[in-house]
Design a binder for this molecule. Structure first.
Ligand code: PMP
Length: 467
């Protein structure tokens, strides 16, 4: 059974899902109907749980989309938002208000090196990445940039060139000055399997990449070098952007030491290194507060969103005073960025992570979760890979282990649908849509993990029995 929960959701007053689907479907974005067979009609949330309008409870293993960092409607965050709403809920960036500079100061204090002074507040991860790329281009004077295939950085037409996942690209130029280098995918890459990874999934393949002894990792680094050599005019690059674990791409974990070597090459070519921490930041990696720290690097620009506000729409760009100076007094801000309520929410999230030792909890429960999921690899032919760090976990479903061919979409969907029916919401992703993404609010408990594991096991057994 699902672990007990004292919280009692309100009773939903209004039409049920059936009548909404019968009468309102035509007014709604059709994409809302392409996920589960029927949309999950969510009514209320509390910490790691959600309730639909019928009163059914779910364990939220996807945290919105990796957004709810410390728990749905966390009381501390709700209180901070409410207090600020009563005082002042909008000013625009033209004016300063106490919460903005308090927040900028406390956020900057969370970052290493010289990433201390300037914080630009935005409304989303896409806006943050837009701004980061603009900053790098203005600073270096170079337009051409590099991102990694399978990376996701936003869905504006401009960012479709940075995001190198064909699933997310539509009628727009694919480049916008970005070339996409091959990503180092330990499971699917051409040198897969021969290089180190700290996921317990494949401990039989140790190699000390961080000390420069990983041949496969070096091969992937060479791929970036190739793009520098062949595609960057005069070998100069404006920026390189990457996530430490490729989130939307299916929780693909970069090999240890990879970013260190790539950053060296990018900097030698005059470029700035941007860390996209939209999913990996704020303790989700467990062992570290930021994803880039797991790679032992300090970027020049860091972008954030999602977990920064526990689901409240906000984002940020943090950089060094020197880089920020290039922007100078350039008029670049937006109407809603730095909203006082968002700033108060951001402060409350930082406070909760600190007070509740969220990062340590995430490390402990994440390690346990990955260990349990890893057992599925020997139990089920379709569980090809289990990977991740902290609560940034991926499970890749395949037809069979030998070929690693992705499990067909309809079979993935039936497993996914089954888990939902049993009260567990999981994310999906990867180029082939065959990766289950497990990134719950970090307040999840061992008991929730045990329940989720039982559900995932039943769904996989159901799938196997249909064969
Ligand atoms: N970067 C990463 C790593 C993301 O996962 C996302 C969103 N999935 C974005 C950027 C874009 O953020 P937003 O949807 O808030 O624009």
């Amino acid at each position: 059974d699902m672990p007990p929960c004292d919280f009692k959701p309100d009773k939903h007053q209004g039409p049920d899902l059936k009548s909404v689907l019968a009468t309102r479907k035509s007014n709604l974005n059709p994409a809302l109907f392409t996920f589960y067979k029927e949309p999950v009609y969510i009514h209320q949330g509390h910490m790691q749980y959600l309730w639909d309008v019928s009163g059914k409870r779910y364990v939220d293993l996807f945290a919105g989309i990796v957004t709810v960092s410390v728990g749905h409607c966390h009381p501390t965050v709700v209180a901070a938002a409410g207090k600020q709403m009563k005082k002042l809920w909008h000013t625009t960036n033209i004016y300063l208000h106490p919460k903005i500079h308090e927040y900028a100061e406390q956020l900057a204090a969370k970052l290493p090196g010289n990433l201390k002074v300037v914080v630009y507040l935005t409304n989303s991860g896409s806006e943050a990445n837009d701004l980061a790329v603009l900053m790098a281009r203005m600073y270096t004077g170079v337009f051409d940039c590099i991102s990694l295939r399978n990376g996701y950085h936003g869905a504006s037409p401009y960012l479709m060139g940075v995001t190198a996942l064909s699933t997310w690209r539509y009628n727009s130029p694919t480049g916008f000055g970005f070339q996409n280098a091959m990503n180092p995918d330990p499971y699917r890459g051409p040198w897969g399997g021969k290089h180190c990874r700290d996921s317990p999934a494949q401990p039989q393949r140790p190699c000390d990449c961080a000390k420069g002894q990983c041949v496969a990792c070096d091969n992937y680094v060479d791929q970036v070098e190739d793009v520098l050599r062949y595609s960057m005019p005069k070998g100069r690059v404006g920026a390189f952007i990457a996530e430490a674990i490729q989130g939307v791409g299916g929780s693909v974990q970069l090999p240890d030491g990879y970013l260190k070597k790539v950053y060296e090459k990018i900097r030698a070519a005059g470029g700035l290194c941007i860390a996209d921490e939209v999913q990996t930041g704020f303790g989700r990696m467990g062992s570290h507060y930021w994803g880039f720290e797991t790679q032992g690097v300090v970027p020049d620009i860091v972008t954030m969103a999602k977990g920064i506000g526990n689901g409240f729409p906000m984002g940020a760009v943090v950089t060094t005073p020197e880089i920020a100076q290039t922007m100078g007094k350039a008029l670049h801000f937006n109407t809603f960025g730095g909203n006082p309520v968002a700033s108060a929410v951001g402060l409350a999230v930082l406070e909760v992570i600190e007070k509740e030792k969220t990062q340590a909890l995430c490390a402990a429960v994440g390690t346990y979760f990955i260990k349990e999921l890893d057992k599925l690899r020997s139990e089920f032919e379709v569980v090809g890979d289990v990977r991740g760090k902290g609560l940034m976990i991926g499970l890749e479903l395949v037809k069979d282990k030998a070929t690693r061919a992705p499990l067909p979409a309809d079979e993935v969907a039936s497993i996914w649908e089954d888990t939902k029916n049993m009260g567990v919401l999981i994310g999906k992703g990867g180029l082939y849509g065959n990766c289950l993404r497990i990134k719950p609010p970090m307040c999840i408990t061992k008991e929730d993990v045990d329940y989720s594991m039982a559900v995932i096991r039943v769904a996989l057994q159901n799938h196997a029995s249909k064969k």
